[in-house]
Ligand binder design. Structure first.
Ligand code: NAI
Ligand code: MG
Length: 483
């Protein structure tokens, strides 16, 4: 199918040492779980068991929260802001030094291509710690009033799509603002969080400032509902986000919720087509489409739709699907069998409801969880594939005739996380960006992230912003004189 084939270029696994099993990281040490239970984490590209991690129960959560409270009172609250900054810098530097190890481990546990873990996830995670280190001693001058104070102990729950990156989005601002943390990684991707626990030890971060407990939804629920948590930060499904919103509303504690999305990528007829094709491919096939802000709905101006589709399909046949550790791979494994089943189920509904499916021809490995790069044409707004988050490498394509119609279709969603605009006219970008109800809007590019830029959504995409000055505010009690 391709004119020439690349020789395999696998990244070596030898840089990573995975333990047979892992304990919980509480109070600066690895301690065995009260539950005495473990569960396995696998490599979704091969179904090989990588390790067994502890399943924390309510008592374990309680121990971790107590350790975070003790650290807050005894050390962290007394640590001067500029000293806090030094720890964050140290963590950032260690992440850079151990970047290759983290990248290989992330690709093994998650299934994402090494090209992405090496070039996106890990460098951005380090960048988040560097950025927030800079803020730690400047909070009083950031427009949050005279004396912004930390909430205290923060419970943080993260998903499996960007494991270390989401950890850094949560832990870096929490520590910069003087909070202590109990963090729970997702059940299918706990390993880089456990390696991060070692980084905390290596950086000599005071015991208990960061606690990492592995477990499933029951562990997450125990953490959210723990009475001594002062704030919750969650990234994951809208369904769980709603449960958390109910739980914290009863107790009156703050929360940030980063939930799902159904981002519209709008291509106007004056867009540079080859660049737009590249951006659409990046928007939906980056990280197997396991991206809350993915451009999962393509809105094409009708008069360029035929030509655009020819070029898009041609480009999709060149996406290399396979071994995540191969440096040439573009699209890796689907993170779990459950997620693969979900992608298949929604894709089947698209077929049944009358849209036309086309997948790039590619041979998928026999073992592991795989889905080819796929598009649906003939999609209407009523179709499930146009309304629900698929969270996989599946693009739903709709057309429009006028700019106003594009905006109406783009905003016709319960979500509001991201959108993309492709046009050569600056005035059209500004006009469209003002009309779109989305927290992040990219113009003539997509999926660009920076720690200085706030990220978050409207409507069912969540509450609050992470990153930038806005993200810091979510970790602070903002007193008199706050702006
Ligand atoms: P999920 O929301 O169940 O899992 C995310 C995290 O929440 C995990 O750490 C999980 O252990 C924890 N969790 C589960 N139940 C909980 C509860 N009751 N209380 C507290 N924490 C809890 O997401 P899941 O099941 O892995 O994926 C389902 C769908 O959610 C995906 O197909 C996708 O559409 C969406 N999703 C969106 C993400 C995003 O970045 N916005 C990330 C992951 C999933
Ligand atoms: Mg795994």
């Amino acid at each position: 199918m391709n004119k020439f084939e690349y020789a395999p270029a696998p990244e070596s696994r030898s840089v990573v040492k995975i333990q047979k099993d892992y304990d919980l990281f509480i109070g600066g040490k690895f301690v065995s779980a009260n539950s005495n239970k473990r569960f396995t984490t696998i490599n979704p590209a091969t179904e090989e068991i990588l390790s067994k991690v502890s399943l924390a129960n309510g008592k374990d959560v309680d121990r971790a929260v107590k350790a975070a409270r003790t650290a807050l009172n005894k050390t962290w609250a007394k640590t001067k802001p500029k000293e806090r900054a030094k720890y964050l810098y140290r963590i950032a530097r260690i992440l850079q030094e151990r970047a290759r190890e983290f990248a290989v481990l992330e690709s093994l546990d998650n299934g994402k291509p090494i090209r992405e873990s090496r070039d996106v996830d890990i460098p951005l995670a380090a960048a988040h710690f560097f950025y927030h280190a800079g803020w730690a001693d400047k909070l009083e001058y950031a427009g949050f009033g005279d004396r912004p104070r930390p909430h205290g102990v923060v419970g943080q729950i993260i998903p499996w799509n960007f494991p270390l990156l989401m950890l850094s989005w949560k832990i870096a601002p929490a520590l910069a603002t003087g909070n202590t943390v109990v963090l729970k990684p997702a059940e299918t991707t706990p390993l880089t969080a456990l390696l991060f626990a070692e980084v905390c030890q290596q950086a000599e971060l005071p015991d208990g400032v960061v606690n990492i407990i592995t477990g499933d939804g029951s562990t997450g629920a125990a953490l959210v509902n723990h009475k001594d948590i002062d704030k919750v930060a969650f990234t994951g499904s809208t369904e769980v986000g709603k449960l958390i919103a109910c739980s914290i509303a009863e107790r009156g504690i703050p929360a940030t919720l980063e939930l799902g999305g159904k981002g519209a990528n709008i291509v106007f007829d004056d867009a540079p087509i080859d660049e737009a094709v590249e951006g659409i491919v990046n928007g939906i096939f980056f990280n197997q489409g396991h991206v809350c802000c993915a451009g999962s709905r393509l809105l094409l101006q009708e008069n360029i739709a035929d030509e655009f589709l020819i070029r898009l399909k041609d480009r999709m046949t060149k996406i290399r699907v396979g071994d995540p550790l191969d440096k040439n791979t573009d699209l890796g494994a689907i993170n779990s069998s459950a997620q693969l089943a979900k992608i298949k189920e929604i894709s089947d509904s698209g077929d049944k409801e009358g849209a036309t499916l086309w997948s790039a021809p590619c041979s998928l490995p026999a073992k592991g969880f795989w889905y080819p790069p796929t598009i649906f044409t003939g999609v209407t707004q009523a179709h499930r594939i146009a309304r629900e988050e698929i969270f996989g490498p599946v693009l739903s394509i709709l057309t429009f005739r006028t700019p106003r119609e594009a905006i109406e279709k783009a905003n016709n969603t319960p979500y509001g996380l991201s959108a993309g605009i492709w046009t050569e006219k600056g005035s059209k970008i500004l006009w469209a960006a003002q009309q779109l109800k989305a927290g992040v809007i990219w113009a003539n590019t997509f999926n660009k992230f920076d720690p200085a830029s706030p990220f978050g959504g409207y409507k069912e995409s969540g509450w609050g912003r992470e990153g930038g000055r806005h993200g810091l505010g979510a970790y602070l009690k903002i007193g008199k004189g706050a702006k």
